[in-house]
Design a protein around this ligand. Structure first.
Ligand SMILES: [Zn+2]
Length: 137
């Protein structure tokens, strides 16, 4: 069954951070995973919704989480299953790192970006708002 205590704590922590303000004054709210643990697994319930919000390749984000958290992952419908019981809010800290690295424009701090894949592991983050290009790794 779900561990409700952990989930309640998560809900509390979700409202402690204020959304970032972008250059134009529009609010960008950092997406958050809603998750629960089941046995030895951690299930990110809204993986697909987060992907749609940040407009990145689901495989890119799932591989990032797998590598950063050192756990095997599996996409199941709208969910991402992490094959380990993770406590605290580490998945959302990793998501925030990912968004800051691979979504937010460093010049204008807007999330309106896409990734240009040049092959040979060379990728640029292109900002659709201000036109900035930045190499990412
Ligand atoms: Zn920009």
């Amino acid at each position: 069954m779900n561990s409700d205590g952990t989930y309640e704590q998560l809900l509390d922590s979700m409202y402690t951070k204020l959304p970032k303000t972008t250059a134009s004054g529009e609010r960008f709210e950092m997406p958050k995973f809603e998750f629960f643990t089941e046995g030895n697994k951690t299930i990110l319930k809204n993986f697909k919704a987060v992907i749609e919000k940040i407009r990145r390749d689901p495989a890119f984000l799932s591989k990032y989480l797998s590598k950063e958290l050192a756990v095997p992952v599996e996409v199941q419908g709208d969910r991402l299953i992490l094959q380990r019981k993770l406590t605290g809010d580490i998945v959302n800290r990793k998501l925030e790192e990912f968004v800051n690295k691979f979504v937010m424009c460093k010049e204008c701090n807007r999330p309106d970006t896409h990734i240009e894949d040049l092959g040979h592991r060379v990728r640029n983050l292109i900002c659709e708002a201000c036109g900035a290009r930045k190499a990412i790794r």
